[in-house]
Ligand binder design. Structure first.
Ligand code: GLA
Length: 745
């Protein structure tokens, strides 16, 4: 691994065993992008990759040199006013109103390791020892404007990963106003790609959508104050022929939980400019002399092993070098959550009955969801005061938690600390702590209002309030929810010229509260949530190692949601529960086996009334729980492969393989049964081609286990596993099978 600077040609070559990323200081002092892709040999110069062209109507940088136009030169961090007449990476207004910026190379440093992002609260990937990565910081400056930009690149040693972000500094007079400060810019030399995005809405998050690139701007974004159900802060560019298993793909993922923009902008000469960062709409950040602004970090992954290759890299990096804390490497406790079992309608007796049954079946953690505090018998009131409802819980959450611990269960609790309902003491005493413009009616979402987390006093107050609730209470797990979009982001306590900073400061406030809580309660397992998966993003993953994937708990819907989520996020991060049938979101009736066979590929749990399942159902749950305990290390930390996409047909399949390639589990799902259907084979992946395996189709609710067969890894991966079903009627629709693959020798 190395980051080399070839002095004579002024060329940077960032390379490891997987990737090369090459750019150079151009004759004009700008940084020109030369190559990003599979690792290539290092050489003292790559100048033949630097292209310029004379094109009519273009603006030339040097007088009398019409071919030197920044519009036609691929760059690293373009600005306005230099002749590059595209969307820039950086757009700032100087005190005299000028938006012209001409950033020239000044200096650079190369150092082992990866420092945290400057400024404190922004989450980022990290290293545990300096030899895991090397970091290049290139400083650019415009002396007239008093602007400096540090472009920071970290190359990981053992992964095809490059992280990028920018730090903008100001040394001039007055105020520099940042209107657009992207985390990175990458100019790729052609447009022969499909854009892959994760899109959806509440209860159908992260569906995979693919479209060929066209000229102009295309991409995804959020303006909701959270990363959103609608789009994820991720996009990939894959070659048209790239599949899950083979071919080139570039992944781009932003470690950020607020408003973002991720764009590919293709110019008429087919150059594709990728940018990602905080969405410029409504954003404005003022810098005074000596101040600096740090953008969120973007994580660039290159794969030649198709989309699975890209995803496996993200999984490994995000599971081990983004997530943090005591729970990072621990298998996750099997939980039962009372939300879909009781909603707001519970008594302690009912909860303890559910807990006792859970314990009897082997479940380890009981999660008390929404409704444990005063004025919270529906979603119209109660948020903000965090006063315990002693009518529901006579001994408080302390007593309730103690009872769970006596039963041998861990205790989990739901909170929604960013919100307030009208009528609470918090609302009455601090009307200026609610995001809204005085004189204008604040807007409701789910009957609630958003606290102004851009104001540190609000975060401090909530932290103190939560500490007074949690201190001395035996809480082992917290589900932190956030249940509305932010639409009227005006801070009553911020100055008029600081309103454009509110949403970014808001999310920094969220990160700070997470930090304060995780530092104070390091043993607590945090799960993030935002009406299901509206904040399933890398920023949250740095705060909480798992996230509630979706409010849609239907197993068939979950095939698509978990499949799409796995494009970036590891199985261990996806909260996945077995819920009731008929399902509460879609009314679909699926077997307990199908529901569990989908949810085990996640942070597994139950979210239904276990006491109402009957003896047969309860026996099955006990067996499922025992199964997950036996295989969760493999399920949660193995290498995950997507095999068949539920977006493309009636069948879905995925598998996970242990790091020593001795054990694997395959989940295969048939959405609708087909009568007299054709033969079916499923090609597996990730096995040792030379190892002999024993393959067992595990028993399901309706069927006994199959007779084990033996096969070499190469046979299972090339010829495939025969999954032809000779008796479809015995299982009906929404059928699923698990195959256990074990080393036979
Ligand atoms: C959100 C969450 C649910 C549940 C409810 C409680 O919708 O996504 O899982 O916690 O809030 O109000």
């Amino acid at each position: 691994m190395a980051i080399e600077f070839h002095k004579d040609s002024q060329t940077f070559h960032l390379h490891n065993a997987f990737i090369s990323y090459i750019f150079k200081v151009l004759p004009s002092g700008h940084l020109g992008q030369l190559y990003y892709g599979r690792a290539i040999h290092d050489r003292p110069d790559f100048d033949h990759l630097f292209e310029t062209a004379y094109r009519s109507m273009s603006v030339h940088y040097f007088d009398g040199e019409p071919a030197y136009s920044l519009e036609h030169i691929k760059q690293e961090y373009p600005t306005c006013g230099t002749g590059d007449i595209h969307l820039p990476a950086l757009d700032a207004a100087a005190p005299n109103g000028s938006r012209l910026l001409d950033l020239h190379y000044q200096s650079h440093t190369i150092a082992p390791g990866k420092p945290p992002l400057e400024g404190g609260e922004l989450p980022s990937t990290y290293v545990e020892s300096p030899d895991e990565a090397v970091t290049l910081t290139v400083t650019l400056a415009d002396a007239l404007a008093g602007v400096t930009v540090d472009l920071v690149y970290t190359l990981y040693e053992g992964l095809p990963v490059l992280t990028r972000h920018a730090v903008i500094g100001y040394t001039g007079e007055g105020t520099l106003r940042l209107d657009r400060a992207m985390s990175f810019c990458l100019d790729l030399p052609d447009m022969d790609y499909d854009l892959v995005e994760l899109t959806g809405a509440w209860a159908r998050e992260r569906h995979v959508v693919t479209r060929p690139l066209a000229h102009g701007v295309q991409g995804v974004y959020s303006l909701r104050g959270c990363s959103s159900h609608h789009f994820n802060p991720f996009l990939a560019l894959k070659r048209h022929e790239t599949t899950e298993f083979a071919g080139e793909v570039y992944g781009f993922s932003l470690v950020y939980s607020g408003n973002f923009a991720a764009q590919a902008d293709v110019d008429p000469y087919h150059v594709t400019r990728v940018t990602m960062g905080i969405h410029p709409q409504g954003f404005r950040w003022d810098l005074h002399s000596g101040e600096r602004f740090t953008t969120p970090e973007a994580v660039l992954v290159y794969s030649e092993q198709g989309l699975n290759g890209m995803s496996q890299t993200y999984h490994q990096l995000y599971r081990t070098r983004l997530a943090r804390g005591e729970w990072r490497d621990k298998v996750r406790p099997i939980l039962v959550n009372n939300w879909e079992a009781t909603y707001f309608d519970f008594t302690e007796e009912k909860l303890l009955g559910l807990a006792a049954e859970a314990k009897r079946l082997g479940i380890e953690l009981f999660v008390l969801d929404d409704g444990w505090f005063t004025n919270r018998n529906d979603d119209h009131g109660g948020l903000g005061d965090w006063q315990i409802n002693y009518e529901k819980l006579p001994d408080g959450i302390q007593g309730f938690g103690a009872k769970l611990h006596e039963m041998g269960l861990l205790f989990g609790l739901w909170i929604e600390p960013e919100m307030v309902n009208a009528g609470t003491a918090l609302w009455n005493e601090h009307p200026d702590w609610v995001l809204h413009e005085p004189g204008r009616r604040p807007q409701q979402g789910r009957f609630q209002y958003v606290l102004d987390y851009s104001n540190p006093a609000v975060v401090d107050w909530i932290f103190a309030r939560l500490c007074s609730v949690l201190d001395g209470v035996p809480v082992d797990y917290i589900k932190w929810d956030m249940n509305r979009s932010i639409s009227d982001a005006y801070s009553c306590t911020a100055a008029s010229d600081a309103q454009g900073m509110v949403l970014h400061k808001y999310i920094l406030g969220v990160y700070r509260l997470y930090r304060l809580l995780t530092e104070r309660y390091p043993h607590i397992l945090f799960e993030s949530c935002a009406s299901g998966g509206a904040r399933f993003d890398p920023g949250m993953l740095a705060c909480a190692p798992q996230c509630w994937t979706s409010d849609d708990t239907d197993a068939v819907e979950r095939l698509r949601i978990q499949y799409g989520t796995s494009f970036v996020y590891p199985v261990s991060s996806m909260g996945a529960h077995v819920a009731a049938a008929p399902n509460h979101q879609v009314g679909r009736i699926t077997s307990l086996t199908m529901r569990a066979n989908v949810a085990i590929f996640g942070a597994f749990g139950y979210e239904l009334d276990l006491t109402a399942l009957g003896e047969h159902g309860q026996d099955l749950v006990a067996r499922q729980v025992a199964f997950v305990k036996k295989y969760r290390e493999l399920l949660q930390f193995g290498t995950f492969w997507r095999l068949k996409s539920p977006f493309e047909g009636n069948e879905a399949a995925w598998m996970t393989v242990s790091s020593d390639q001795r054990t694997a589990l395959v989940g295969q799902y048939l959405i609708l049964q087909e009568v007299n259907a054709g033969y079916r084979r499923l090609r597996l992946a990730g096995l040792d081609p030379d190892r002999l395996y024993r393959v067992t189709r595990l028993g399901s609710g309706a069927r006994a286990a199959g007779q084990p067969v033996t096969a070499y890894g190469d046979e299972l991966m090339r010829a495939g596993l025969v999954t032809t079903d000779e008796d479809p009627a015995s299982e009906g629709d929404f059928a699923s099978h698990l195959y256990l693959i074990e080393a036979a020798e």
